[in-house]
Design a protein around this ligand. Sequence first.
Ligand code: ZN
Length: 203
Amino acid sequence: MKILCIGRNYVDHIKELNNDRPSAPVIFMKPDSAILRLNQPFYYPDFTKDIHHEVEVVIKFNAHGKNIQSKFSNKYYNEVGLGIDFTARDLQSEFKSKGLPWELAKGFNGSAPISKFFDKSKYQDLQNLNFRLEINGKVRQQGNTNQMIYAIDEIIAYVSKFITIKKGDLLFTGTPEGVGPISIGDNVKGYLEDEKLLDFNIK
Ligand code: ZN
């Protein structure tokens, strides 16, 4: 399976990183080895000094498809969960300044903690979901999926023109403002519609 991700999908997060508003979705991928499940601890790697948290709503695909029209996108996914797109911001800035791909800053081991997934019918409207991230009990990021620049179904239509979606693939749908560093010893909690789905420690 693969993990598709969209960058720069919330306006206030674009501002905080001084990025330009994209004219098309900014897509990148993480390898399946990035996944961290079941609230296992995250071990801080030694190749970076500045890992940032990016809490994101994650969609799980249940069908194979390409060139999907936006109005049919919802036929290709059935589950929703929460994830964190851990980003080695120091490496990413270095790669970006050199015009190089930032794969390693985003795809390292454990860089994609994910929660359990729920049938999407549990939620009334996937484009109106509140979610937040707490570090050591303090709210660091808070967002609602109604703030996305590209809605879930539009992202799927766009990316499936280039890359075939397969059953079991995941889509990280972007992060709201408030990204910041994590440190060894921190406790990380993630909530979707006030339900705690992530709760793990940084070691
Ligand atoms: Zn992200």
